[in-house]
Design a protein around this ligand. Structure first.
Ligand SMILES: Nc1nc2c(ncn2[C@@H]2O[C@H](COP(=O)(O)OP(=O)(O)OP(=O)(O)O)[C@@H](O)[C@H]2O)c(=O)[nH]1
Ligand SMILES: Nc1nc2c(ncn2[C@@H]2O[C@H](COP(=O)(O)OP(=O)(O)OP(=O)(O)O)[C@@H](O)[C@H]2O)c(=O)[nH]1
Ligand SMILES: [Mg+2]
Ligand SMILES: [Mg+2]
Ligand SMILES: [Zn+2]
Ligand SMILES: [Zn+2]
Lengths: 208, 208
């Protein structure tokens, strides 16, 4: 797998540089539409008063997500992959060029919506954050295990919809922890704000 | 792209055989958890009294979906890709071996949950059916256009949840038809059954 070796070399270079800049870097991964951008909006609005933030957005087409983040007044760079179903380290290195002039305590990388091969590519992040919405079904961690194994944090989103679905948060959590017992799990609704504060205070603890 | 050429050769062989068996073959594609299996359950329960059906399930891990279909009493073969984020024609050819002894008017292939590279691989189907749930966001056709371009039918699912989301079915439809004006669009709830009859009668018309 020559591709992954080359990718990992670039990822290590990125990580070394971000460490020297004291930037905590997160790689947000999920299925399409799980709520990554909406969660970022809620997270940034709570974090921005006390911490510096920048964002790299990754999408197959359009810069719709970057426009949403730009409205929040934080530096954002959009990668358009033109067909690739995942981000790779060289894309992140190039996008970071546009952000090099700012110093950030947090760098959020929102990956392309894909629950499978985004798990394979190291982007130089400190942590992969898997985002799983309650609307996708409780058995996703069992059916798409690699992502939940490589993630450090799992955020279960759209909890405001649980009353309208025949699902249980307990089962989501149980299935995820079966695949990876070390996962730190948050349950949030980016619509009502429920659970977002716990996630944001955990983030703040990572940069003490 | 040697891989795609080889894949297309096998796909053509599959299609030739299925045509000679008078089997109408559909390739269901979507993000993870959009509701493909639940829609299949609703479709099969309405179709089974009058038509013969078989199913090929594709997943990265587990046979959870095949077990759900098996309960309906139709022949089903499960492909476990062990990591590949999409089905390929050779996997379908092998899975079809287990179904060769039955003759079916419909063969449903449920692909791995992935809105990107599943668009690139011909499996020998007559038609790709894209499934998009209202919980994923209205702009998915714009952000992941290839899938909507290659599909012949779009099924918008989970319409029972629209009242709890700030989304409009009109916008889903408009965005999808912007990418592919020839798409035949259905709006269904597999939970309430709304809209499923229109989809099933369209299917029946394909095998007259
Ligand atoms: N009810 C509810 N809806 C939500 C929540 N979070 C996101 N949504 C909705 O889910 C849809 C998708 O949200 P996004 O934030 O765009 O999802 P995403 O993961 O960034 O999507 P991609 O970048 O395309 O993969 C939108 O219609 C949002 O309004 C939530 O907590 N509750
Ligand atoms: N409210 C509502 N929930 C639905 C509907 N269809 C499916 N669901 C729920 O959505 C979740 C996922 O459904 P599945 O049918 O397993 O989705 P899938 O596309 O087959 O998932 P994968 O095969 O893993 O990609 C489950 O919790 C279902 O109960 C619907 O029409 N309305
Ligand atoms: Mg997004
Ligand atoms: Mg399924
Ligand atoms: Zn990929
Ligand atoms: Zn793939």
């Amino acid at each position: 797998r020559k591709v992954l070796e080359k990718n990992d070399e670039i990822a290590d270079e990125i990580r070394k540089e971000l460490k020297s800049r004291k930037t905590f870097t997160l790689n947000l991964v999920s299925s399409p539409g799980s709520g990554k951008t909406t969660l970022l909006e809620q997270t940034i609005s709570r974090l921005k008063p006390t911490h510096s933030i920048s964002v790299i957005e990754g999408d197959v087409q359009t810069d719709i997500d970057a426009q949403r983040i730009d409205k929040l007044g934080v530096p954002v760079s959009q990668i358009v992959t033109n067909g690739s179903c995942h981000l790779e380290a060289d894309m992140v290195r190039d996008a970071f060029e546009q952000l090099r002039h700012v110093s950030s305590q947090f760098l959020f990388i929102e990956n392309v919506g894909n629950l499978v091969c985004t798990a394979d590519f190291d982007l130089g992040e400190d942590l992969k954050v898997a985002v799983l919405s309650v609307t996708e079904g409780e058995e996703k961690p069992l059916k798409y295990p690699a992502m939940f194994r490589v993630a450090g944090v799992l955020i279960i989103t759209k909890t405001d919809l649980v009353p309208y679905l025949g699902v249980s948060l307990e089962t989501f959590r149980k299935n995820a922890l079966t695949i990876n017992p070390d996962l730190v799990v948050f349950e949030v609704s980016s619509k009502t704000g429920e659970g977002v504060d716990a996630w944001v205070s955990w983030l703040k603890q990572q940069v003490r």
